[in-house]
Every structure is written in structure tokens, then in C-alpha cells.
Ligand binder design. Sequence first.
Ligand code: GTR
Length: 397
Amino acid sequence: MQTRLKLLAVFLPILLTSKMALSQVNYDESKVPPLHLPSIFISEKGKVIDSKEDWENHRRPEIFRLFESEVYGQIPKDFDQVSFEVNERANHEFNSIAKLEEVDIKIRRGEGSHVMRLNVFLPKESNGPYPIILLINHRAPEEDGSLAEEGYWPVAELIERGFATASFHAETVAPDDTTRYVNGILTNLYPEQKEKSDGLKALGAWGWGAIRAMDYFEQHEGINASKSVLVGHSRSGKAALWASANDPRWAITYANESGCGGAALSKRKFGETIEIINNRFTHWFAENFRKYNDAEESLPLDQHMLPALIAPRAVYYASAKADEWADPKGEYLGLQIGSEVFSWIYAKESPFKTNWEELKGPVSSNTLGYHIREGEHGLIWEDWEIFLEFAKKSLGI
Ligand code: GTR
């Protein structure tokens, strides 16, 4: 009985706060607060940034550091050794068209070590080198052990279009769980990160996994790592964007319905908010992000600055009309406003001349693109099909 009471005392406040926050979810555009976004082009010291040099040497590092300290936490870059153990599997689902490499990526740092599993499919017909698409997978593996869910990771369709494709599961670097997330690279490689208010958390750990996958691609003769695409859906979309801000080797970053803490502007407070996401997923973001629970106005940055960090490399977002929780308009606006770095600093044409309300179909240039489709939250074949048109154009294939 006593334990029950204790449990109640612990959980009741959590339940009440999350209930309160949920009852305040706003889906009414007329109730969105007026947007006061921090400027991408004015430095912390008030200097106007108008050259590539000032952007790359001063303002970009400032914004990067803000995301690192206030939102996602660090992605540690150091380790002592990385090695790859490759097992080519003879029999698998896509045997007739693809080779499957099951790769154990082994990382050593000091006394610590960790092994992450990466699955790589390569077209069988010739030797490449092939452009590659990496999907960060946070979904439960199918019961037969296969990681290729229909639509979500359309291996056959990607192979048939001449891409190699790879995926790793979140579990292999940091489990997607409020307490178990430490049972991966956090404990095995970077234990000191656990103590920091801007330390590595699960989203950053998944990003780290993508960066290690890139280490494998770069030394692979059959892979053209300069034509590499990083894809994440929803929570993995948030991780993909942060990974690409940390690692300039990705040619294209595609965040599908990544919503709050990903593509969508936090200060709009439309759909999922910082307070809701931090209360439900305590293991995703840096401790510091909690300062902005129900205090979005005090955030010194917003998500329009995230694609700006990836510039001039290509960025693609997608939304779904019924996915209001992720705030489709906020996702589009984030990219539209962030695209100013592409156009002003890098002279890359922005395709986002149209207001979100007036979009008639997918919009894209060679470096930026967006689509919104009918239907619910999910990464489905329709999304891939539209995205692949952009990817081919952007990579020149
Ligand atoms: C939701 C979460 C979103 C999004 C989504 C997903 O529950 O609130 O931020 O990440 O999960 O990953 O599918």
C-alpha cells in the first residue's frame, strides 16, 4: 500500500502536468501568437551578417552552439578507433536484385567500446559506385527480423532506381526509452555526457549513429559517399537534421513530418509543444531544453535556423495534411525562412515563393524542396516517390 501511495505521489504531478499541457494544445491558426523570430543574420553582438565569410566563421558557429546547448545536446566527435566487420548474407528478401551487407561497426574510446549494426543493400547488377540513402529507423523490427517494412523503407524500389540503401535501428545506439536510452553509446563510450545539461541524449545518439554509417560509406568502393542522402521520419527526422548540422558529408537531408523539435517552428505553439515533448520524451533533448517549457518566447533561436546550418547542402521537408500534431505550416515556414541563407549567402534559388496556404503541389529547386500530401502521419511510398524525383534532380542522376 505504502509503495502504491509513493508511486502515486511520484506520478500524479507528471500526469497532471501532461494532462494540463495536452488540454492546451492549439490547432487554431487564429490563436497562434505573433511570430517574433530571432534573426539569422544578426549576430549575438548585433553585427549584420551579409557575407559568406561572416556566416561561416561567426554566425553559423553561434547558431550551432545555441542548438547544441539549448536544444539537442552535444554529439561527441572523438573516439580512438572505428572498424567494420562485414558479413555478406547469402539469403534474404531482396536476393534477386540486391546484395546485403550486415555490418558491425565497432568503436573504441579509452577503455570503452560499442558495436552498432548497420544493414546495407547494394544493387547486384554492376559494381557501382552507387549513391546511397540511409534511413534512421526507430520502428520496432518486424517479427521475422526483417527491417524492411513496406513503404517505410522501400528497399526494392530504391534498388531498382539505382540507389544503394542502408538502415540502422535506434536501439543499436540508444534505445528509444526514457530510462533505457543510456544502455548504448552513452554508457559504453561517453559516460561523462550523462552529467551535462547540454550532454548527449537519444536524438543526438541516433545522429551519431548516422555519422558512423557515413564512415562506413566513405571507405566503401561500391558507394559514392558524395551522393549520400540522410532520411528520417518524425523523431528520426529530428535526429537526421541535427546529424546533418553536425556532419557536412551528407549531400541531401530529408526530414519527413519531423514536427516539434525538428522542422516546425516552436514559437508558433501549434500542435505539439516543447513542454509536451519534454514531458513525454525526457530522453530525447538536452536538459537545457526544459527551460523553454511553456516559455517559447524566451528561446534565443527557432527551428528556421536548423536548415540554415545545413546550407548550402540540400534540405527536403515533407508534411501530411492530417498530421496537425507536427504543425505542417510551421514546418514549411521553418524551411521557407531558413532558405534565406541559401539564397542570400550561397546564391541558391529558393523555391518557396508561395505561401503555405496556396501551395498546389510539391515545390523544389535543386537544393530545397517540400511537399505536403493527403493523409495521416507516416512515411509512405507516396512520400518516397515525390522525394526521389527531387533527389535525382539534386544529385544530377
Ligand atoms: C510522437 C511525438 C512526435 C513524433 C512522433 C513520431 O509521439 O510526439 O514528436 O516524433 O511521435 O516519432 O512518430
